[in-house]
Write a protein that binds this ligand. Structure first.
Ligand SMILES: O=C(CO)COP(=O)(O)O
Length: 255
């Protein structure tokens, strides 16, 4: 049987809470300038600023192919949930993607696997693509054991999400080993390829597109080494300079 065609490549950036209002908007304008280049390179592009910046970002990106994302979402569409943000409102504000279960949210804000799955379901119900962050907390010092341990830790994170979203909607899984986030360098390429190849099997029966991206100190130079396992990159700090993002798009398009 011929292998399934690989989905389109995808590159995105989260601004986390590094930027202020004006610098977020100016970054989004910079991403907008890369629309043509990404499109010609057949690379889907997304950017995830903070909630406050979403509507203005949506206006900036309106005439482009670039997908706007939000950094979190609540699992109900409306009601008495002070401080939370509804998936319906995100969709109305122009978001196409919602990041769910980032390691920082799991570690600092008590986000559980159950919440992550409910949020993924809510995103899908509202026509948003869930971008679900998964990854093992610690790195096993023995390389051969590290892959198995990582897969075991990530497996329930993936299966609970896939059980919560309809089979035919698009899902993006961001494999972000927690120990590689905010580090000097990304995880070892062999580790990433082995783990992501195993995780991809968990989505084998789905009818919807499932893309797997790598995140964790990724930047220029990362993609070519892990292209065998992943469909793209989810970037943080090392793409907060637009020139680096441009370079990553070129590399992902060429790999
Ligand atoms: O967490 C990340 C993207 O969600 C990665 O962040 P860094 O690339 O800054 O480590």
């Amino acid at each position: 049987m011929a292998p399934l065609p690989r989905p389109r490549r995808i590159v995105g950036v989260s601004l986390k809470m590094y930027f202020d209002l004006q610098s977020s908007l100016s970054y989004v304008r910079g991403v907008y300038q890369l629309d043509g280049e990404a499109w010609n390179a057949r690379v889907d592009l997304f950017v995830i600023p903070d909630f406050v910046t979403l509507m203005e970002s949506s206006r900036i990106l309106e005439s482009s192919h670039i997908m706007l994302g939000a950094q979190d979402v609540f699992w109900e569409d409306q009601g008495a949930f002070t401080g939370e943000v509804s998936p319906r409102v995100l969709q109305q504000a122009g978001a196409k993607i919602v990041e769910i279960g980032h390691a920082e949210r799991r570690a600092m804000f008590g986000e559980t696997g159950e919440w992550v799955a409910k949020k993924a379901g809510a995103a899908a119900r509202n026509g948003l693509i869930p971008l679900v962050c998964i990854g093992e907390k610690t790195h096993h010092s023995i390389a051969s054991a590290a892959v198995g341990a990582a897969v075991e830790e990530c497996r329930p994170q993936v299966t609970s999400v896939l059980a919560a979203v309809p089979d035919d909607v698009e899902v993006i899984l961001a494999y972000e080993p927690v120990w590689a986030i905010g580090a000097a360098e990304p995880a070892d390429p062999d580790h990433v390829v082995h783990v992501t190849k195993e995780l991809r099997k968990l989505a084998a029966g789905r009818n919807g597109v499932t893309r797997i991206v790598y995140g964790g100190s990724a930047g220029p130079g990362t993609f070519a080494k892990i292209a065998e396992g992943v469909d793209g990159l989810f970037l943080g700090r090392f793409a907060h300079d637009i020139k680096n993002l441009k370079q990553v798009i070129e590399e992902v398009g060429a790999a």
